[in-house]
Ligand binder design. Structure first.
Ligand SMILES: [Zn+2]
Length: 199
């Protein structure tokens, strides 16, 4: 079954009309979107429509295309998404899903490395805090003071910001090589601390 056939067998004309904002009465009469129709002259049947004014007729896909301003191919895809019609999606949709998954993976990686870093900084702030005002602060204490706020802010963004903002943050961290750098930095510190602990 092609995507067209699947959509046509799964979604009725009236369901599509309802979803994409074409009003119709109890007899299934609607104001035709294909011509300037003042009184309802388009009849919505189960699987096709017909306009008594201008003669327009077609199926659920051409109607959706007209109502949404999409091409028929795009309209068919939109219908599969909006009505949850599963099965053999065309390649473009599979690609989109894959990209989406990659995006989520990158976001998780970013989140993990930032929260690891934050945890480390929190520890440092306590562990390396100077004991008196005269004591020269430990570089790790200073780093914790400097970095905790921006790192907390980035973690907050990854938790609560909208998709676009998250995307921008992840992209900028990735482009500048920041994620990898930070991962290596944390790895280096972990190894150092482990070798101290083992002594
Ligand atoms: Zn018409």
């Amino acid at each position: 079954m092609t995507i067209y056939e699947k959509v046509k067998s799964a979604v009725t004309i009236k369901q599509a009309a309802e979803r994409y904002g074409l009003d119709f009465d109890r007899k299934g009469m609607a104001r035709c979107p294909f011509h300037d129709d003042r009184h309802p002259s388009m009849k919505l049947n189960e699987d096709y429509y017909f306009c008594f004014g201008c003669g327009a007729s077609g199926d659920v896909i051409t109607l959706t295309a007209k109502l949404t301003g999409l091409s028929p191919g795009e309209a068919a895809r939109r219908l599969t998404e909006d009505f949850g019609i599963g099965g053999n999606y065309p390649v473009s949709v599979m690609e989109r899903l894959r990209t989406y998954k990659d995006t989520l993976d990158e976001e998780r990686r970013c989140f993990r490395v930032l929260t690891d870093f934050l945890e480390l900084l929190r520890g440092w702030k306590v562990r390396y805090a100077p004991n008196s005002e005269d004591e020269t602060p430990h570089p790790r204490f200073l780093e914790a003071c400097r970095m905790m706020e921006p790192v907390t802010y980035m973690v907050d963004l990854l938790i609560a910001a909208d998709t676009k903002t998250k995307r921008e943050l992840v992209n900028s961290m990735k482009e500048e090589g920041k994620i990898g750098e930070l991962e290596q930095y944390l790895e280096g510190i972990r190894e150092k601390e482990e070798s101290i602990a083992c002594r």
